[in-house]
Design a protein around this ligand. Structure first.
Ligand SMILES: [Zn+2]
Ligand SMILES: [Zn+2]
Length: 244
């Protein structure tokens, strides 16, 4: 009886929301979000990669850090991403960001749990990169918070999600409209630790959640604010990373 009720619910669900690939709109199994063809175009990042910035290495070199991290390391201690930044991962992220595809969040959160397993295990606090309240009003939700919530949803560890650990102190031009050099200066001093959270940041191991890491300027600025407030370690977990 219970089985029949479940099947009926699934059937009704599939009639109301027929399972289709979110990228190419082809048919998929009821449990899949993207079809196997599209999934294979989403280039997953796996070892060997730089342990600090997550940049994949073309081959095993025996080094743990890339040349850039050896020369001028970022503010964060470790970064991981699920996919390389390409047309396919960008499409998925855009759907989450602008298409109101909130049903995508659990799927993406699951992928991030896999890619960031080690960092999530080590961290004690998790927080999304904040949007300025003006942009939040316009977009209605912070996609990075949705991702953090989705990552948190499937875990039973000691990791605590604090949505507003960081705040944006001023409205900035979207990073996507700027050049590499402009992006670095655009976010200087933009983030600060919420006064109410000062105490818990001290000596904490914090993982920052965002959708994309391109130049790393935003995440670097967030990490710097956390380090300045006394964080012991800052990790970064994103869905996609632009490969240098
Ligand atoms: Zn597809
Ligand atoms: Zn590196």
């Amino acid at each position: 009886m219970l089985q029949a009720a479940y099947s009926l619910r699934t059937l009704l669900g599939n009639m109301l929301f027929p399972p289709y690939c979110l990228l190419c709109h082809g048919e998929v199994d009821a449990s899949a979000t993207v079809c196997t063809d599209c999934f294979s175009q989403l280039r997953m990042i796996s070892r060997p990669y730089c342990e600090q910035c997550g940049q994949p290495f073309a081959y095993e070199t025996g080094e743990t850090l890339c040349a850039e991290c050896q020369f001028s390391p970022p503010q964060f201690n470790a970064a991981r991403s699920v996919w390389c930044y390409n047309d396919f991962s960008t499409q998925l992220i855009k759907k989450l960001k602008y298409g109101d595809h909130t049903r995508l969040a659990p799927y993406l959160g699951g992928m991030m749990r896999g890619a960031g397993a080690e960092l999530l295990e080590y961290a004690t606090l998790m927080t999304p990169v904040p949007l300025h309240r003006k942009r939040l009003r316009h977009r209605r939700y912070n996609q990075s918070f949705l991702l953090a919530k989705a990552i948190d949803g499937g875990r039973s560890s000691e990791l605590t999600l604090i949505p507003d650990l960081l705040q944006r102190t001023r409205h900035t031009v979207p990073q996507t409209l700027l050049t590499h050099a402009e992006r670095q200066t655009n976010v200087i001093g933009v983030f600060s630790v919420n006064v109410a959270c000062r105490e818990i940041v001290e000596n904490a191991r914090i993982i920052l959640i965002d959708d994309v890491m391109t130049t790393g300027a935003t995440l670097n600025a967030c990490a710097e604010a956390l380090q300045n407030a006394g964080a012991a370690w800052v990790g970064v977990l994103t869905l996609a990373k632009r490969i240098r």
